[in-house]
Design a protein around this ligand. Structure first.
Ligand SMILES: [Zn+2]
Length: 208
């Protein structure tokens, strides 16, 4: 019996996006780095919370507003504790929250965000022996094209990926010209098991 193999590629960012803004001290646009630290101002009637960013050149700080004059009973207690202890996971969640940048009218740059991919083999099921499926999962939005992802992960050129795509050996259901598109959460990439393609299939199967 033959089985379809199914894999999960979980994409995990290794660093945080930066903010481009005018630094009043440098008197020019600079990159502001996310310090992963919060500033909390609290009194009895209201709380303000910011995520602190720092100019990469002169270390001037800019505080990105998370909560402004919120009532103490409106804030989640667990989250509040995390703000106070500068919880890194929470800082990461806000760092990838596009709405937060929009509300702060801040220009966010995702291009420099590096990522790693964790591959897991999922339970195989009997369906199509000639096909392998990769489900892409990520929690945080990233700027990554499908062909770049495949090229990086499989160690083959983008032109070779393009050729395999044109031959219908690599495909994504319900997507046209999908190679140029950004990777989407829960996207499924199909790879046909053909002789021309044995090495690629092997490289996917062997990579852990
Ligand atoms: Zn500066």
């Amino acid at each position: 019996m033959s089985y379809l193999k199914k894999y999960k590629w979980e994409i995990i960012p290794q660093n945080l996006p930066i903010v481009r803004r005018n630094c009043p001290k440098c008197n020019q646009k600079t990159n502001y780095i996310n310090t992963e630290k919060f500033r909390v101002n609290a009194n009895k009637s209201s709380i303000d919370i910011w995520l602190i960013h720092q100019c990469g050149k002169c270390k001037s700080t800019w505080n990105m507003t998370i909560y402004e004059r919120i009532k103490p009973f409106d804030i989640n207690k667990d989250e509040y504790e995390k703000f106070l202890s500068n919880d890194k996971e929470l800082a990461k969640e806000y760092a990838f929250d596009l709405n937060m940048y929009n509300r702060n009218k801040a220009e966010v740059i995702y291009e420099g965000v590096d990522y790693k991919i964790i591959q897991k083999e999922l339970e195989a099921y009997y369906i199509n022996k000639n096909e392998l499926v990769i489900g892409v999962i990520f929690k945080y939005p990233i700027e990554l094209r499908v062909d770049t992802l495949l090229s990086n992960k499989l160690g083959i050129s983008r032109s070779k990926i393009k050729k395999l795509y044109e031959q219908g050996i690599i495909f994504i259901k319900d997507e046209k010209n999908s190679l140029n598109k950004k990777v989407k959460n829960k996207m499924e990439i199909h790879v046909l098991n053909m002789i021309e393609n044995t090495k690629i299939i092997e490289s996917i199967v062997q990579v852990v």
